[in-house]
Design a protein around this ligand. Structure first.
Ligand code: SF4
Length: 282
């Protein structure tokens, strides 16, 4: 299968040069590779996205997709996975979508260890609404909502996910498609909650590439042990250099395995009418 077979006829409306294009290419390449290796079928893939520039990714990949409310990619992703364990569920979110509106869902998905993948397009601003502060905006950065510069301490998404019990924690860079593709493949293969925070340049409101590029390095080429939690925490604390790659990985039983074992709920007969269910409560 060629990555082009995941193209859709929908007109792409991202700004020219937007680094969301890099993420889109890496995702299509990763999916094509996973299909070609026999690890999944295209019809078994479900993607979800929230509100923000990232959200349009649902329109640009030809698989089952679900466009969610702001910050609410995780609840339907969990429902889909619990209903049908045969599906590969990949949720996309932005830094505002995931770490502001949707943060409680992200925390509980991580600790529950559902077998879903969350990819966060982290450009450090609310870009779709023309630049306001998000939880990952750097101190001093000037936006429309903070004309004198943000004075809030930014959230560290990797520390958050490590402390919540995520079993796969990684960081990618939209400017390194080959590397991002390799992390995406490992994240989808992982049995449990896999999380990737992707540094994504917003060329219109937060052009970070020139500043970040000289600092970025692949931690997995520097002998980092992915099963060492303390080492992962330390790498995630680095500021002078910016590590990308897989920080942490562990095997733990998934939520759905504990809840259902091998049962596939959607194969157990027709879904009861919602009217009948509601009547029980009236
Ligand atoms: Fe991309 Fe920024 Fe344009 Fe949104 S506003 S499409 S994130 S460059």
């Amino acid at each position: 299968m060629e990555m082009r077979e995941f193209d859709t006829p929908t007109k792409n409306t991202w700004c020219p040069g937007c680094n969301n294009f890099g993420i889109l290419t890496a995702v299509k390449q990763a999916l094509a590779e996973l299909v070609n290796s026999g690890e999944m079928k295209p019809e078994e893939i479900v993607i979800l996205s929230g509100v923000g520039c990232h959200g349009k990714i649902s329109d640009y990949i030809k698989v089952n997709s679900f466009y969610c409310l702001h910050g609410r990619t995780i609840p339907p992703a969990m429902g889909i996975r619990v209903a049908n364990q045969k599906l590969k569920v990949i949720a996309f979110s932005g830094d505002g979508d995931a770490y502001a509106e949707g943060i409680s869902h992200v925390i509980h998905a991580a600790r529950r260890n559902l077998d879903i993948t969350l990819v966060v397009h982290d450009n450090e601003v609310f870009a779709l609404t023309t630049s306001q502060v998000t939880p990952t905006t750097k101190k001093g950065f000037k936006t429309k909502s903070a004309p004198k510069g943000s004075f809030e301490t930014p959230l560290n998404p990797l520390h958050l996910m490590l402390s919540c019990g995520a079993t796969f924690v990684a960081r990618g860079f939209s400017g390194d498609i080959k590397h991002l593709k390799s992390i995406l493949i490992e994240a989808v293969r992982h049995r449990g909650f896999s999380f990737i925070d992707v540094i994504q340049e917003c060329v219109t409101f937060n052009p970070i590439k020139e500043k970040y590029l000289p600092k970025i390095y692949d931690l997995n080429k520097e002998g980092h042990k992915v099963t060492d939690f303390s080492a992962a925490w330390k790498r995630a604390s680095e500021i002078e250099r910016i590590p990308i790659g897989i920080f942490y990985r562990e095997e733990r039983e998934t939520y759905e395995k504990q809840l259902l074992n091998e049962r596939i709920l959607v194969e157990e007969g027709p879904v009861p009418s919602i009217k009948k269910v509601l009547q029980e409560f009236t």
